[in-house]
Ligand binder design. Structure first.
Ligand code: 1GP
Length: 251
Protein backbone atom coordinates (compact mmCIF):
# COMPACT_ATOMS: atom_id res chain seq x y z
CA UNK A 1 0.00 0.00 0.00
CA UNK A 2 1.68 3.23 -1.06
CA UNK A 3 -1.06 5.83 -0.85
CA UNK A 4 -1.59 7.75 2.35
CA UNK A 5 -5.11 6.75 3.21
CA UNK A 6 -4.43 5.88 6.87
CA UNK A 7 -2.90 9.29 7.49
CA UNK A 8 -5.76 10.94 5.60
CA UNK A 9 -8.28 9.09 7.76
CA UNK A 10 -6.59 10.52 10.88
CA UNK A 11 -6.66 14.04 9.41
CA UNK A 12 -10.33 13.66 8.49
CA UNK A 13 -11.34 12.53 11.99
CA UNK A 14 -9.31 15.36 13.53
CA UNK A 15 -11.11 17.90 11.34
CA UNK A 16 -14.43 16.55 12.64
CA UNK A 17 -13.25 16.80 16.27
CA UNK A 18 -13.43 13.01 16.59
CA UNK A 19 -10.95 11.00 18.66
CA UNK A 20 -9.40 7.65 17.84
CA UNK A 21 -7.73 4.83 19.72
CA UNK A 22 -5.09 2.23 18.93
CA UNK A 23 -4.25 -0.92 20.82
CA UNK A 24 -0.51 -1.59 20.97
CA UNK A 25 0.44 -5.24 20.61
CA UNK A 26 3.97 -6.34 21.46
CA UNK A 27 4.57 -9.70 19.73
CA UNK A 28 7.16 -10.62 22.40
CA UNK A 29 4.48 -10.51 25.07
CA UNK A 30 1.71 -12.46 23.33
CA UNK A 31 1.38 -16.18 22.75
CA UNK A 32 -1.02 -17.34 20.04
CA UNK A 33 -3.91 -17.96 22.45
CA UNK A 34 -3.63 -14.50 24.02
CA UNK A 35 -3.36 -12.90 20.62
CA UNK A 36 -6.51 -14.59 19.32
CA UNK A 37 -8.43 -13.67 22.46
CA UNK A 38 -7.24 -10.06 22.23
CA UNK A 39 -8.15 -9.75 18.54
CA UNK A 40 -11.62 -11.14 19.29
CA UNK A 41 -12.05 -8.37 21.86
CA UNK A 42 -10.72 -5.80 19.38
CA UNK A 43 -13.28 -6.99 16.82
CA UNK A 44 -16.10 -6.53 19.36
CA UNK A 45 -14.93 -2.99 20.08
CA UNK A 46 -14.49 0.13 18.02
CA UNK A 47 -10.70 0.22 18.24
CA UNK A 48 -9.50 2.19 15.18
CA UNK A 49 -5.96 0.88 14.70
CA UNK A 50 -3.78 -2.00 15.73
CA UNK A 51 -0.25 -0.83 16.45
CA UNK A 52 2.37 -3.58 16.48
CA UNK A 53 5.89 -3.18 17.79
CA UNK A 54 8.22 -3.30 20.74
CA UNK A 55 11.56 -1.98 21.89
CA UNK A 56 13.11 -5.40 21.40
CA UNK A 57 12.48 -8.53 19.38
CA UNK A 58 13.26 -11.34 21.79
CA UNK A 59 11.08 -13.96 20.13
CA UNK A 60 10.55 -14.76 16.46
CA UNK A 61 6.86 -13.96 16.70
CA UNK A 62 6.78 -10.71 14.75
CA UNK A 63 5.91 -12.11 11.33
CA UNK A 64 3.53 -14.76 12.70
CA UNK A 65 1.81 -12.20 14.86
CA UNK A 66 1.13 -9.89 11.90
CA UNK A 67 -0.15 -12.84 9.82
CA UNK A 68 -2.50 -13.93 12.59
CA UNK A 69 -3.87 -10.40 13.07
CA UNK A 70 -4.50 -10.03 9.32
CA UNK A 71 -6.42 -13.31 9.19
CA UNK A 72 -8.68 -12.27 12.05
CA UNK A 73 -9.43 -8.60 11.46
CA UNK A 74 -9.57 -5.99 8.74
CA UNK A 75 -8.66 -3.15 11.10
CA UNK A 76 -5.64 -1.18 9.88
CA UNK A 77 -2.32 -2.50 11.17
CA UNK A 78 0.35 0.11 11.82
CA UNK A 79 3.91 -0.80 12.78
CA UNK A 80 5.25 1.19 15.73
CA UNK A 81 8.84 0.07 15.27
CA UNK A 82 11.51 -0.38 17.89
CA UNK A 83 14.13 -1.05 15.22
CA UNK A 84 14.56 -1.46 11.44
CA UNK A 85 14.09 -5.21 11.98
CA UNK A 86 10.40 -4.52 12.42
CA UNK A 87 9.79 -3.34 8.85
CA UNK A 88 7.25 -5.88 7.57
CA UNK A 89 5.07 -5.66 4.47
CA UNK A 90 2.16 -7.49 6.05
CA UNK A 91 1.14 -4.29 7.85
CA UNK A 92 -0.68 -1.38 6.21
CA UNK A 93 1.48 1.47 7.45
CA UNK A 94 4.48 2.28 9.59
CA UNK A 95 5.25 5.23 11.84
CA UNK A 96 8.67 6.38 10.68
CA UNK A 97 9.78 7.68 14.04
CA UNK A 98 12.33 10.40 14.54
CA UNK A 99 13.13 10.65 18.25
CA UNK A 100 13.08 14.44 18.39
CA UNK A 101 13.14 14.70 22.19
CA UNK A 102 16.58 13.05 22.12
CA UNK A 103 19.95 14.04 20.76
CA UNK A 104 21.08 10.64 19.57
CA UNK A 105 21.72 10.89 15.80
CA UNK A 106 21.07 7.15 15.38
CA UNK A 107 17.41 7.66 16.30
CA UNK A 108 17.06 10.98 14.51
CA UNK A 109 18.38 9.76 11.12
CA UNK A 110 20.92 6.89 11.40
CA UNK A 111 18.50 3.96 11.67
CA UNK A 112 16.31 5.55 9.00
CA UNK A 113 19.13 5.39 6.46
CA UNK A 114 19.54 1.69 7.22
CA UNK A 115 15.80 1.07 6.97
CA UNK A 116 15.10 3.21 3.88
CA UNK A 117 15.64 0.58 1.12
CA UNK A 118 13.54 -2.03 2.96
CA UNK A 119 10.85 0.58 3.61
CA UNK A 120 10.70 1.49 -0.06
CA UNK A 121 10.43 -2.16 -1.10
CA UNK A 122 7.75 -2.88 1.51
CA UNK A 123 5.26 -0.48 -0.13
CA UNK A 124 3.97 0.32 3.35
CA UNK A 125 2.29 3.68 3.88
CA UNK A 126 5.00 5.67 5.62
CA UNK A 127 3.92 8.21 8.22
CA UNK A 128 6.81 10.46 9.32
CA UNK A 129 6.32 10.92 13.05
CA UNK A 130 8.06 13.15 15.59
CA UNK A 131 8.48 10.96 18.65
CA UNK A 132 8.74 12.81 21.96
CA UNK A 133 9.62 10.64 24.93
CA UNK A 134 8.43 12.29 28.14
CA UNK A 135 9.78 11.53 31.59
CA UNK A 136 7.27 9.30 33.35
CA UNK A 137 8.77 8.82 36.79
CA UNK A 138 11.10 5.95 36.00
CA UNK A 139 13.49 4.91 33.29
CA UNK A 140 11.66 3.15 30.47
CA UNK A 141 13.01 0.61 28.00
CA UNK A 142 12.63 3.20 25.23
CA UNK A 143 14.90 5.76 26.93
CA UNK A 144 17.43 3.10 27.92
CA UNK A 145 17.62 1.48 24.47
CA UNK A 146 17.69 4.81 22.62
CA UNK A 147 20.26 6.23 25.03
CA UNK A 148 18.31 9.48 25.23
CA UNK A 149 17.09 11.64 28.08
CA UNK A 150 13.32 11.98 28.12
CA UNK A 151 11.81 15.44 28.05
CA UNK A 152 11.05 16.67 31.61
CA UNK A 153 7.48 15.89 32.70
CA UNK A 154 6.65 19.48 33.70
CA UNK A 155 8.21 21.29 30.74
CA UNK A 156 5.25 21.76 28.44
CA UNK A 157 6.90 24.68 26.68
CA UNK A 158 9.90 22.54 25.73
CA UNK A 159 7.53 19.86 24.40
CA UNK A 160 5.63 22.52 22.43
CA UNK A 161 8.81 23.97 20.85
CA UNK A 162 10.05 20.46 20.06
CA UNK A 163 6.75 19.55 18.41
CA UNK A 164 6.71 22.84 16.49
CA UNK A 165 10.21 22.21 15.14
CA UNK A 166 9.06 18.73 14.11
CA UNK A 167 6.05 20.16 12.31
CA UNK A 168 8.25 22.74 10.56
CA UNK A 169 10.58 19.95 9.43
CA UNK A 170 7.60 18.31 7.72
CA UNK A 171 6.75 15.55 10.17
CA UNK A 172 3.10 14.50 9.88
CA UNK A 173 2.29 13.38 13.42
CA UNK A 174 3.61 14.11 16.90
CA UNK A 175 3.67 11.20 19.36
CA UNK A 176 3.91 12.23 23.02
CA UNK A 177 4.89 9.06 24.86
CA UNK A 178 5.57 8.39 28.52
CA UNK A 179 6.94 5.01 27.37
CA UNK A 180 5.52 1.57 27.92
CA UNK A 181 4.19 1.09 31.45
CA UNK A 182 4.82 4.72 32.41
CA UNK A 183 4.11 5.47 36.07
CA UNK A 184 2.82 8.95 35.18
CA UNK A 185 1.21 9.51 31.81
CA UNK A 186 1.90 12.65 29.78
CA UNK A 187 0.19 15.52 31.66
CA UNK A 188 -2.90 17.27 30.31
CA UNK A 189 -1.02 20.55 30.66
CA UNK A 190 1.74 19.37 28.33
CA UNK A 191 -0.77 18.01 25.80
CA UNK A 192 -2.64 21.35 25.90
CA UNK A 193 0.54 23.35 25.30
CA UNK A 194 1.51 21.18 22.34
CA UNK A 195 -2.05 21.32 20.95
CA UNK A 196 -2.03 25.14 21.08
CA UNK A 197 1.26 25.24 19.18
CA UNK A 198 0.90 22.80 16.29
CA UNK A 199 -1.76 21.83 13.75
CA UNK A 200 -0.76 18.27 12.92
CA UNK A 201 -2.43 15.37 14.79
CA UNK A 202 -1.13 14.39 18.23
CA UNK A 203 -0.81 10.80 19.46
CA UNK A 204 -0.59 10.27 23.22
CA UNK A 205 0.44 7.03 24.94
CA UNK A 206 2.24 5.57 27.90
CA UNK A 207 0.63 4.64 31.21
CA UNK A 208 -3.02 5.12 30.16
CA UNK A 209 -4.96 2.59 32.23
CA UNK A 210 -8.47 3.99 32.63
CA UNK A 211 -11.25 5.48 30.54
CA UNK A 212 -10.94 8.69 32.59
CA UNK A 213 -7.22 9.09 31.76
CA UNK A 214 -7.96 8.48 28.08
CA UNK A 215 -10.77 11.06 28.10
CA UNK A 216 -8.59 13.63 29.84
CA UNK A 217 -5.87 13.21 27.23
CA UNK A 218 -8.49 13.64 24.47
CA UNK A 219 -9.97 16.77 26.05
CA UNK A 220 -6.46 18.19 26.40
CA UNK A 221 -5.94 17.81 22.67
CA UNK A 222 -4.82 14.26 21.83
CA UNK A 223 -6.28 13.00 18.54
CA UNK A 224 -5.24 9.38 18.93
CA UNK A 225 -4.73 7.46 22.17
CA UNK A 226 -2.47 4.40 22.38
CA UNK A 227 -2.95 1.75 25.07
CA UNK A 228 -0.72 -1.30 25.50
CA UNK A 229 -0.07 -2.56 29.02
CA UNK A 230 -3.54 -1.89 30.44
CA UNK A 231 -5.12 -4.01 27.68
CA UNK A 232 -2.50 -6.73 28.16
CA UNK A 233 -3.44 -6.91 31.83
CA UNK A 234 -7.20 -6.83 31.26
CA UNK A 235 -8.57 -7.12 27.77
CA UNK A 236 -12.09 -6.40 29.02
CA UNK A 237 -10.96 -2.76 29.17
CA UNK A 238 -10.65 -2.62 25.37
CA UNK A 239 -14.37 -1.98 24.88
CA UNK A 240 -14.70 0.39 27.84
CA UNK A 241 -11.76 2.65 27.00
CA UNK A 242 -12.44 2.69 23.27
CA UNK A 243 -16.06 3.71 23.89
CA UNK A 244 -14.91 6.52 26.21
CA UNK A 245 -12.51 7.82 23.56
CA UNK A 246 -15.15 7.81 20.84
CA UNK A 247 -17.63 9.62 23.03
CA UNK A 248 -15.15 12.47 23.46
CA UNK A 249 -15.94 14.99 20.76
CA UNK A 250 -14.04 18.27 20.72
CA UNK A 251 -14.81 21.05 18.27
C1 1GP B 1 4.22 2.74 24.66
O1 1GP B 1 2.62 4.48 24.16
C2 1GP B 1 2.81 3.10 24.27
O2 1GP B 1 5.17 3.23 23.80
C3 1GP B 1 1.78 2.45 25.15
O3 1GP B 1 2.12 2.51 26.51
O4 1GP B 1 1.87 0.16 27.28
O5 1GP B 1 1.91 2.03 28.94
O6 1GP B 1 -0.06 1.70 27.43
P1 1GP B 1 1.42 1.54 27.59
Amino acid sequence: MIDNHIYQSIIKKKAQGLKQIAILLDPDKLDKENLIDTIDKVEESNIDFIFVGGSLMVTENFDDCLREIKIRTSKPIVIFPGSPLQVNKQADAILLLSLISGRNPEFLIGQHVIAAPALKKSRLEIIPTGYILVDSGRQTTASYISNTTPLPHDKGEVAACTALAGEMLGLKLIYLDGGSGALMGVSSKMIEEVRKTINIPIIVGGGIKTAKQAEEACFAGADLIVVGNAFEENNNLIKEISEAVHQTICT
